[in-house]
Design a protein around this ligand. Structure first.
Ligand code: ARG
Length: 580
């Protein structure tokens, strides 16, 4: 259950009963400090202002209309009219005992499951995946996973860049390489970045080649069989590499999720015709343009968005119009989330303004740009190799693995080679992902090997280690977590602090689903792990003088902690291991 939501409903009703207009928000939140209780409602003050009432008097009226006798043992008015709620330990204990028997640890599936399309990863064909694609992949997949955990249907849409005029030169270059090396697809295309660079160089330096390349673009667009085959080879070789990377990273993006730009190609003439018919697109100098009052150019005039060039070619924006329409028509999406770099904000806003005006996607279906900042090096500059090139994802993951191996070797836990390899991989991939997920995605973040592979702080190794700590408590106790029954008792302060955290898992998961921000869940899990460590310090479990019922209750809190950590890290696509 989501306690915050539960209290919100209760207080909203009480506000109404106290004379507040319908839909006055209870403005409920988790209290920042224990002296303000566990939750606090700030809703009385704005309502009192509206009604010309004394806010503390209104707050008292709200409390008079509030029945929380089962849930809270103290409700106080503080300051100008805050309502502070202190939860009853007995209620918390009973609720947690229920969670203890629930494999979802109290997180209910959503009452109204939605179909949610998530635009994520979206690397480009014949190019290496770079860090922006890593961010989009990791954040997009964690949010997808969380939405699925809540029972929604998620369509991961991998909008790969597999169309455009560059394919003429890529096909022409591939053709030349094949002349001397028929096996080129297997041998030379391992380094796509190099292949792309060579093609471009060739194109810039050799006019006959450039001419051929331009011809291939026309042929490819006209559906020429051979050009299409060559194009397909490039797409396949790129996606084979990328799918291997997804697998290695432990994200759930599959071949079926590939829905690249080319897929919408056939829709584009219809889109342009439709916009023309609706009077939205006009001809300007031979091109088709949509003028938008909502956006102004440098001179303060409505900005023109080109949707078809003079030569008949279509643009990145045209494809995004078709793609939004397709996602609504074909999947019946209720929400469409886009995990794309902040720099594409204007592009998306313009595209969606057109989408709305054309009625391609109705207003009740949200189009949400869940943008993210750049990944920076330790020098605070965009993450690059020393020579200024893109850092290949495979190189980055190899380094993560090497560093994780060193870390695990230093720890020196007793493991078989097989166990160790699994732990190393989980730590390596977990660290790369967690360091990205744990930061608020809207800002740039610094990629720092030492930080992300540390056992201290809000890191994957720390979280994974906390989980293994709980497992070792059970090993020592010689008890199976699943076999525990009996009451939970909350008497010590450290037990209470752990208990309240355990009750708030649902709120963190809902937060990620709503905002598309995985760091909400990371922060929560970090606090939970902290509360657990403190609990473990002050509330012995396995000591001889602990009474049997107390031990049993504490073991249940331990078991629930482990379950929440595992489920929560699972939502973030981070693997847990039994020991490390
Ligand atoms: N391939 C694009 C890039 O590398 C990202 C595509 C994002 N998705 C979209 N629907 N435009 O920048």
């Amino acid at each position: 259950m989501n306690v915050l939501k539960f209290l919100d409903q209760k207080i909203s009703a009480a506000l109404m009963a106290a004379g507040a207009p319908a839909d006055s928000p209870a403005m409920i939140r988790q209290s920042a400090r224990a002296q303000f209780g566990d939750y606090q409602s700030n809703g009385a003050m704005p309502v009192a202002k509206k009604l010309g009432m004394n806010p503390r008097e209104l707050a008292q009226k709200v409390i008079d209309n509030l029945d929380l006798s089962e849930t809270a043992d103290k409700i106080e008015i503080a300051g100008p009219g805050f309502i502070n709620i202190f939860l009853k330990p007995e209620w918390m204990a009973a609720t947690l005992a229920g969670y203890s028997k629930d494999e979802r640890a109290g997180v209910a599936k959503t009452e109204k499951p939605q179909t949610i399309v998530v635009d994520l990863s979206a690397p480009n064909v014949a190019k290496e995946m770079h860090v922006a694609h890593l961010r989009s992949t990791v954040i997009g997949d964690a949010v997808s996973q969380t939405l699925e955990f809540l029972g929604n249907k998620v369509v991961r849409a991998n909008h790969i860049g597999d169309w455009g005029t560059q394919f003429g030169m890529l096909i022409a270059h591939l053709e030349e390489l094949q002349k001397t090396n028929p096996d080129v697809m297997n041998s030379e295309l391992g380094d796509l970045e190099e292949f792309y660079r060579q093609s471009k160089k060739h194109y810039d330096e050799d006019e006959a080649f450039a001419e051929r390349a331009r011809n291939y673009v026309v042929k490819l667009q006209g559906g020429d069989e051979w050009c299409r085959q060559q194009w397909q080879k490039l797409v396949d070789v790129t996606m084979e590499q990328n799918l291997r990377t997804y697998k290695r990273l432990g994200v759930k993006i599959t071949a079926e999720d590939t829905m690249g730009e080319s897929m919408y190609n056939d829709m584009l003439p219809g889109i342009v015709a439709d916009l023309k018919e609706k009077g939205l697109a006009v001809e300007d100098n031979g091109a088709m343009v949509v003028y938008l009052d909502e956006f102004k150019n440098k001179d303060g005039d409505p900005m023109g968005v080109i949707i078809q060039k003079r030569d008949g070619g279509y643009l990145y924006t045209t494809t995004d119009l078709a793609c939004a329409k397709y996602r609504y028509d074909n999947f019946g999406a209720d929400r469409i989330l886009y995990y794309i770099d902040a720099r594409q904000a204007q592009h998306l806003q313009q595209a969606w303004t057109i989408v709305r005006k054309a009625g391609f996607v109705p207003e009740n279906v949200t189009l949400e740009h869940h943008y993210f900042g750049m990944m920076l090096g330790k020098d605070n500059k965009p993450f690059k190799t020393r020579a200024g090139g893109v850092v290949k994802l495979a190189t980055l993951l190899n380094e993560a693995t090497a560093r994780a191996e060193k870390l695990i070797n230093e720890k020196g836990a007793d493991m078989t080679a097989e166990q160790k390899a699994q732990v190393v991989n989980a730590v390596a991939m977990g660290s790369v992902k967690y360091s990205d997920l744990s930061k608020n995605r809207t800002s740039d973040y610094v990629f720092d090997w030492d930080n992300m592979l540390s056992f201290e702080g809000n890191t994957a190794p720390y979280m994974m280690y906390a989980y293994t700590r709980v497992q070792s408590i059970f090993r020592k106790a010689g008890v199976e977590a699943a076999s525990l029954t009996g009451d939970i008792k909350i008497t010590e302060q450290a037990e209470r602090e752990l208990a309240i955290k355990l009750m708030q898992f649902s709120e963190a998961v809902d937060g990620v689903a709503r905002e598309g921000m995985p760091h909400i869940l990371c922060s929560y899990l970090f606090e939970l792990a902290g509360a657990f460590m403190k609990f473990y310090e002050f509330c012995p479990v396995n000591k001889d003088d602990v009474a049997a019922d107390v031990k049993n209750s504490r073991l249940q809190l331990c078991a629930l902690t482990a379950r929440v950590l595992k489920l929560g890290l699972g939502c973030l696509t981070i693997e847990t291991v039994e020991q490390m």
